[in-house]
Design a protein around this ligand. Sequence first.
Ligand SMILES: C[S@@+](CC[C@H](N)C(=O)[O-])C[C@H]1O[C@@H](n2cnc3c(N)ncnc32)[C@H](O)[C@@H]1O
Length: 270
Amino acid sequence: MVGVKDSQWVALREDDGRAYLLQNKPGEIKVKGLGRFDAMQLLDGYSIGERITVGQKSLTIVQAALPEARRNMFRRAQTIGIKDSGFLLSWMGIGVGSRVLEGGHGSAGLAMHIANVLGNTGTLISVEIRDEHAQVGKLNMDRLEEILPEFPDWHLLVGNLVDVEEKVKQICGEIDAAIIDMAEPWTVVNSIIPTLRIGGRIACYCPTTSQLEKSWNACENAGLEIEWAGEIIERKWSKASKGGVRPGNQPMGHTAFLMIAAKIASEEEE
Ligand SMILES: C[S@@+](CC[C@H](N)C(=O)[O-])C[C@H]1O[C@@H](n2cnc3c(N)ncnc32)[C@H](O)[C@@H]1O
């Protein structure tokens, strides 16, 4: 068993998966659902992996990571969830050392997933037009930086995605991937393409079919190759009361249509 280090973030996990995040440092804190206490006094003498009782609750102390940070996010704008983030990151090849542009940053739902895989050598540029949204996203990202063992070179730009070309070039030259999650993705595609390396990819996250169609046309007209468009459908299963496992009763909810397009080289001169 490993003791809880000073300033370490841990999660107190209920058996059903709910988790409460807290940092091992002195001073009274209030944790929604658990109450007020001094985290350092509470965790004194405990190790990661042990059970702890807080009020009426019996919890397991676990190392905090992305899933716990996500469950405890501060929220304002609608976030991109696990299902769609996972697909986008894998399809686009985003990983250690990648240079990624994302916007609107909103509450950082997607940005947290990206930061989780970039390592210390990656670069993430987040763009958000509304300062009040950017501040909520920053709270989530600052906390995630303290939780993850490695964190990318992260830049938060408060402004419009159409205006960031020069700034992106200054920060990292060119990017490997861009993910656009805002109401009108097609309006910013042309400003992002000059920052994208050949072979790099742009994804548009489109809640409605009309957004998908306009984004698709904008990417095609700009000379990008559409690699994938569609939706990721998730169906959860559960244990039936009389035995067996089966699809649960919850509906298959819609999140968004995703479109991924790649930048290809222009035709060879004759
Ligand atoms: C649905 S939210 C983004 C959620 C975020 N991707 C997440 O996963 O948490 C859309 C955001 O785009 C921002 N936005 C809209 N137009 C923008 C633009 N032209 N440039 C930058 N941000 C923009 C909005 O202010 C809003 O916060």
